[in-house]
Design a protein around this ligand. Structure first.
Ligand code: ADP
Length: 269
């Protein structure tokens, strides 16, 4: 976005030229955009759960309710308070990461067991999607903070599930390409329009489609994923076709295995 200034140059009241000054205000515009996204997220995402916590507690205090109804209200209060806590935690996590204050405990380890762990976690709670692991890499040792990678994969899986129809496949493939490990997470969901792809990893960015509005979220998950992956000298990317599905990819540098791991690889593990 360019702002154009015209400046007339005069000598003794006689115009001798015009100076055109262009100022690129894209960055300012983006900051403004982010601030207004922040305000709308804060007002919506914080006030909505609080309003329902207040509403239900008020009912419980003032009305003589049957135990079943009380139990239902308590469940809603708990759900809404959890949503609020998640938002605040995500927000603080991201602040810490952006300030470079997050501590990463990186250890050399194979990546596939981390993927398997996350798949297992999802399989125990979600039976509506088929989670499939395609392991195409004989060698997958990376130096990572295991918990942080679980956080990244959990967020990508949860988006893949949230934004795709029940019964759909979510396929995770782990591939080695030269000195890098590629992890692709593909879904058969609603997809993302081309013009949105560029700013998908910015915080508080949620697509303005009916699914995103209906499905809860903070718009912080992908920004957190990007921070974590980049803190591991990696990259996160997305390809998508509207109505067909999306593929989120993480690229991490492979590291040489310790002797112990090396012998496992050589033994044809
Ligand atoms: P949240 O899911 O909490 O809104 P994210 O940062 O994880 O926040 O995602 C931002 C937005 O990107 C989502 O609201 C959604 O509009 C879009 N999105 C993310 N993942 C997918 C996906 N797999 N398919 C379609 N849209 C997606």
């Amino acid at each position: 976005i360019l702002l154009l200034y015209h400046v007339s140059i005069k000598r003794h009241d006689e115009k001798i030229g015009t100076l055109f000054v262009y100022r690129d205000i894209t960055a300012e515009y983006e900051v403004d955009q982010m601030k207004s996204n922040l305000v709308s997220t804060v007002s919506h995402e914080l006030r909505t759960p609080l309003a329902s916590v207040l509403g239900y507690t008020e009912l419980m205090i003032t009305k003589d309710l049957k135990p079943e109804r009380q139990a239902r209200y308590l469940q809603t209060i708990h759900q809404e308070a959890t949503r609020l806590t998640n938002l605040i935690n995500d927000f603080l996590d991201l602040q810490r990461m952006e300030a470079g204050k997050e501590e990463y405990v990186k250890e050399k380890q194979p990546f596939t067991p981390i993927v398997e762990q996350v798949i297992e976690n999802f399989q125990s709670t979600n039976t509506n999607h088929n989670l499939v692991l395609q392991q195409n890499s004989a060698y997958d040792h990376v130096s990572v903070d295991r918990d942080k990678m679980i956080q990244v994969l959990t967020n990508l899986f949860s988006n893949a599930i949230k934004f795709s129809p029940e019964g759909g496949d979510v396929v995770v493939s782990v591939q080695q390409q030269e000195h890098q490990l590629y992890v692709h997470i593909s879904d058969e969901g609603i997809g993302i329009p081309d013009q949105e792809l560029g700013r998908l990893f910015q915080k508080f960015n949620r697509l303005d489609n009916s699914s995103s509005r209906k499905i809860g979220g903070t718009g912080l998950g992908l920004a957190i994923c990007k921070e974590i992956v980049e803190a591991h000298d990696g990259k996160i990317m997305v390809r998508s076709a509207e109505g067909e599905g999306s593929v989120f990819s993480i690229v991490l540098p492979l590291v040489e295995a310790d002797k112990h791991f090396q012998s496992e690889v050589e033994c044809g593990r």
